[in-house]
Design a binder for this molecule. Structure first.
Ligand code: PA5
Length: 460
């Protein structure tokens, strides 16, 4: 199991003003947390609760289907191009970055075991898209277009461009280069897929975008690049079992949810920094930022009261951001809680040669880069505690599919529990609609004429 260390949030270390009497709080909240956990688990199969993500780790059928497809097309494509945005891209990208060898796309085919390169296009920057299209041989590229709604402007505009290019280059057989991941019945992409005959995978009902990484949204790209998805699923299942424990003293997701909730509501720490000490985990922070922000940032609570709450997530990378953000975290406003992710054993070891012994950097010689990185993580968390800055540490034994499954699932459950503590709807995102409507209006979508007028008045 992954380890969780919360000693640096305690009042003993940080003082009463900034720290929590954590054992006391665990006692105070134990019953409420138990009710939340029981309720999440008992409601998860009910339609309309948006809790189907809690079942994804058990979906053997999806594993079987994506593996069968990956085996069927094995060797046909040099590249996978994933089109998607937000929850339809961030999880897949984060896991691929974590579990594939660094610089995967620059490795030779032999170094990649003849598995394809993988590109995630999660923005609509014309220069980036044009440049990528210059690099990719579309004939040898499988395009996985992912959108739950089937109509997201960013994803569908990319798709329209690439579909046309494919058709121009390949002719009628272009559909073989497309696989769509979308809702089972509804949405424009589903309609197009049926009409044009694309291979499709389903995003199950009641799974929101930011909780969809363990559906075909993530599993298909993972299978296509050879990630061991059985191990990943085992990690999720084992974590799910552990997190069914209703005793907060034995439930790390509940512990971290409560710590963040109390730090925000009682101690004014309304910013959550996610700081892995591993470049491979860098994009786990991007995924977490969306999960935490969209789930917890809400105008109204469940009682309909206007609350405008939600901790602001911030991404950071150790050791890099020690030289960029840590000055602020140590000495600036004491309004943050920092989450470190630490890796015990890296896949490789890198020795620092014993040279320049006569200089001030001589002490580095004979050590490893591995020990330097972890020493920096430990030094930073202790220094933060010295400045009375709360921080917690999640430790992974190794970066592997099992542990990544555990980590992401734990953070999902933590987010769901935090949402219950804040008494908000974790699974909606009404705050993104207004800008979407204005975009439709600006782009001339039928039915948005009124928004267009409203917008024109506000822009001038
Ligand atoms: O978490 C979410 O629901 C969003 O980030 C969506 O994933 C994002 O807006 C993309 O939506 P869709 O998958 O419908 O294209």
């Amino acid at each position: 199991m992954i380890e969780f260390d919360y000693r640096n949030v305690s009042a003993e270390i940080l003082g009463e003003e900034n720290g929590l009497n954590i054992e006391e709080e665990f006692n105070n909240y134990n019953d409420r947390i138990a009710r939340i956990i029981n309720e999440l688990n008992s409601k998860k199969d009910k339609p309309g609760q948006w809790l189907q993500w809690m079942n994804l780790g058990y979906s053997e059928e999806t594993v079987w289907l994506v593996k069968e497809y990956a085996a069927m097309i094995n060797g046909r494509f040099d590249n996978i191009l994933v089109l998607g945005i937000g929850g339809s891209a961030l999880g897949g990208y984060a896991v691929c970055e974590a579990l594939l060898k660094p610089y995967w796309n620059l490795l030779t085919p032999e170094q990649r075991n003849n598995l394809p390169r993988i590109f995630f296009l999660d923005n609509i920057d014309p220069d980036q898209i044009n440049s990528l299209l210059d690099i990719l041989d579309l004939k040898k590229t499988l395009v996985n277009v992912i959108t739950k709604s089937g109509s997201t402007a960013e994803t569908m505009s990319q798709f329209m461009i690439i579909k046309n290019r494919l058709q121009e280059e390949i002719g009628d057989n272009y559909t073989r280069n497309i696989v769509a991941t979308t809702d089972q019945n509804s949405g424009i992409l589903r309609q197009i897929s049926n009409e044009e005959g694309y291979k499709t995978f389903v995003i199950p009902d009641d799974v929101g975008g930011r909780f969809s990484v363990f559906s075909a949204v993530g599993l298909l790209p993972f299978a296509l690049v050879g990630i061991n998805i059985e191990e990943l699923m085992q990690g999720i299942k084992d974590m799910d079992l552990a997190l069914k424990n209703t005793d907060i003293r034995h439930n790390i997701a509940a512990q971290n949810a409560l710590i963040h909730y109390l730090m925000d509501s009682q101690k004014g720490k309304n910013m959550t920094v996610m700081m892995p000490y591993s470049s491979r985990l860098k994009y786990i922070s991007d995924w977490f930022v969306q999960l935490w922000a969209e789930s917890l940032g809400k105008e109204y609570n469940r009682n309909g009261e206007k609350v405008n709450i939600g901790p602001t997530p911030i991404k950071a990378l150790g050791a890099t951001d020690q030289h960029s953000q840590i000055q602020l975290y140590n000495e600036g406003p004491n309004n943050k809680i920092i989450n470190f992710i630490r890796v015990k054993e890296f896949d490789t070891t890198l020795d620092i040669p014993k040279i320049f012994e006569y200089t001030g950097i001589g002490y580095l010689g004979g050590k490893t880069i591995n020990s330097l990185l972890n020493a920096e993580a430990d030094a930073t968390r202790v220094a933060l505690a010295d400045y009375q800055r709360p921080n917690v540490t999640i430790t992974l034994e190794k970066i592997n599919p099992y542990n990544i499954g555990q980590l992401l699932y734990m953070l999902e459950v933590q987010t769901a529990i935090a949402g219950e503590l804040y008494n908000i709807n974790t699974f909606n995102q009404p705050g993104v609609e207004q800008a979407k409507n204005y975009t439709y209006a600006l782009m001339g979508r039928a039915g948005y004429e009124e928004s267009a007028q409203d917008l024109q008045a506000k822009m001038h």
